[in-house]
Design a protein around this ligand. Sequence first.
Ligand SMILES: [Zn+2]
Length: 313
Amino acid sequence: MVRFDRIYPYDDMFQYLQELSGRFASFTILRMIGESHDERLIPMLRVGTGAKVLLCTAGIHGRESLNPTVLLRMMEDYCTAYEKKETVGGYDVYTLLNRFSICFIPLVNPDGYEIAINGFSAVRNPLLRRLCRMRRIKSSEWRGNARGIDINRNFPCRSYTQQQFSEYPASEQETLTLMRVMSDYDTAGYLDFHSRGELLYYYRHAMTDTYNARCRELAEYLSGLSGYRLGLPEEEFPAKGTGGSSVNFYSEHMQQPAVTVETVPEDCGFPLPVEQCERVYEQIRRLPIGTLACCAASEKNIRKVRGRRVIFC
Ligand SMILES: [Zn+2]
């Protein structure tokens, strides 16, 4: 079982994902969806047999180091529950994961994660390593990728603003990887796990009231499951230049609900204390499966729009 007495470094996480996909081969698929700038493969584990997919990502910001390990435990628990036909937090995992699948990408930015937990010597490309060091940011505070770009400001969408000279919308391989997955799959929604604050962001200025009402409905449900409060609409962009995130892109292009989940109390410093893993896990373990239960409930709600039957999910 995934243990919470340490953070799983990239190589260990990769190996564990291979082990999970071997152990639960009949209903999981491990795919390499892309490669980082420092040449680390980005793995995705699809769990379930349903065609419609919930996307779950973590590790977009390097220093937010607990969520990838917590998601690894979540994948293992969902897989075990599916195989044994057991419930997770009262949800019928077997039925829900036959109707839908969950695509887990626990580490979107493996280079930034390795920098944050192992220091700049983790960067293999000597040029990139030197450029990272020149930025004079502590490795434990590192948010970006191996080029020093914040992936969560790099998505092409209405709130995008340029971060630095060498950066433009979707200039980063990690960004392109996620965009490809979002368009390749028929997704029902998206949960993006970050740290800190113990809250849920659902509101998108660029979207319609109808979209935001639908997204709020899901976020309120997830708030009940996690105990996390809802972020206020004015908190979507706390400072200038904080747009261009993966949830902004997903909302605008896929028009399906997307919620940012901020784990860990606001006052935790970096490196985040590994002792928080157990608490975070208890708070968020039901969020993906609970989201699928919401989707299943709203699929029953087939309405007529301009004479056509439309399934709202
Ligand atoms: Zn973050």
